[in-house]
Design a protein around this ligand. Sequence first.
Ligand SMILES: NC(=O)c1ccc[n+]([C@@H]2O[C@H](COP(=O)([O-])OP(=O)(O)OC[C@H]3O[C@@H](n4cnc5c(N)ncnc54)[C@H](OP(=O)(O)O)[C@@H]3O)[C@@H](O)[C@H]2O)c1
Length: 508
Amino acid sequence: MQDSTPAGPCVLVIFGASGDLTKRLLMPAIYHLKRSGLLPESFAVAGVARRDMTAAQFRDSLRKGFDQLSGEKLDPAAWDWLAQRMQYLAGNLDDPATYQRLGKLLGEIDSKYRTGGNYLFYFAIPSSEFDQVVQQLGAAGLVRQQQAAWRRVVIEKPFGSDLASAKELNHLLWEFLDESQIFRIDHYLGKETVQNIMVLRFANGLFEPLWNRHYIDHVQITVAESIGIGTRGTFYDATGALRDMVPNHLFQVMTLIAMEPPSCFEANATRNEKGKVLDAIHSFSRERLHSDVVRAQYAAGRVDGKPVPAYRDEQNVNPGSSTETYVALRLMIDNWRWAGVPFYLRTGKALATRKSQVIVRFKQAPLTLFRDTPVDRMTNNDLTVMIQPDEGVSLRFGAKIPGPDVRIGDVEMRFKYSEYFQAQATTGYETLLYDCMIGDASLFQRADTIESAWRIIQPILDEWKGNRSDPLPLYPAGSEGPDEADIMIGRNGRRWRPLIPPQTHAPA
Ligand SMILES: NC(=O)c1ccc[n+]([C@@H]2O[C@H](COP(=O)([O-])OP(=O)(O)OC[C@H]3O[C@@H](n4cnc5c(N)ncnc54)[C@H](OP(=O)(O)O)[C@@H]3O)[C@@H](O)[C@H]2O)c1
């Protein structure tokens, strides 16, 4: 984004302006955009929530939030510039009067800041409120585009809770909005490393010729969190790891790894290719639901030496809950590039460490050359895309350990964004908010890919719904996950890359 130009005039309208997302992620991202010179001079923020606050109190709470949460020293000039442009409107989302008042406020903002009637409506609200806000915005005429004035809506995940509800939400959105006005956000796609997957694959001659079933043994995609569910018990207990992470974050990363090169770097070209990957995924037969899907829940344990209660003892969780906090899947993509190459996906809470990464494991070299030497194990060449907390790429290969014998050790070439570009890791919201303002939907999900993702996991949801009485595997908080996930991947002679590498001479 360094060479980008500022976005055009607009107002960012945040529904849910008093909430966690606004404080922790949206406003810091807006501030970073200002610091990077990417906000237009004609810009303003209008916050909407139920809580009674003045605009001054709203600005104050965001400023305090920034100081507490960001760990950054605030640039007072940049903040003051933003603060002057922040308005607040208290109102109920189900009350048509809220939208009448909002329309009036936006008119005033347009006159004062020359924002040109361009509005970006951000839904930082519970998903249960999405439909009524769309309906009310539609009824008030606020999402109707006029000549040169654009109107866009940004929707946070979850986009539905199953295939039927995702379809319903899409149909409702289309009643009032054109698909081009809808930006379904998945903040994973704003992360530099995730975007770098496309650059790595398609801007380098080295990898693409090897990127297929002839050379790749399998792919592992891991999103591990060390924190438990904290205060989000009510939401999480109704959602679970599968719905929360798989059809969005994990599938987004998987499609970037697996898709064909798009014909151009344009939103629909990329999204078409991602859609084809999802459409090529084998549906889960009854048999595969048992062999290729693992769910589990964390039991009491220790993370970083601190005790963590069992999931069922967490606040606002049903003590008899069978909600999964861990899920692992084996997916097969039925196309020429990937036939026979398994994609293993896993995600969970209260695991040994926080780590998101993709491992592309290449096939082993034939052993013949080293038959009469002490080499008993050949290295796996792993290309690792590190997504968080580190951002970067590493390549592991075998090298001769110095000495008279031929012994092979694993070595690693490692590129870290923070070291090479001296870049601070961002949350991803900076890029995504900027893209919404300039109308570039490349990094946002389209209705059909959302529905395809739900179509893949719907049989799992159905199976689990019918089998809630089955014993749910447990894993101790702070561990690598349930044994069942190791058994699943081990069935084909493979192993997960450990979250915490064993203490050997070799990097992992
Ligand atoms: N927090 C995150 O890190 C995160 C990350 C990704 C996605 N999300 C998604 O972002 C959305 C917001 O999450 P959050 O964590 O910010 O939730 P939150 O802290 O509970 O905030 C919800 C916001 O919505 C407002 N609100 C709720 N019901 C309302 C109503 N009937 N009328 C008017 N305002 C209402 C609340 O304000 P009042 O109480 O003042 O009305 C509050 O500002 C959710 O869809 C969540 O899934 C959050």
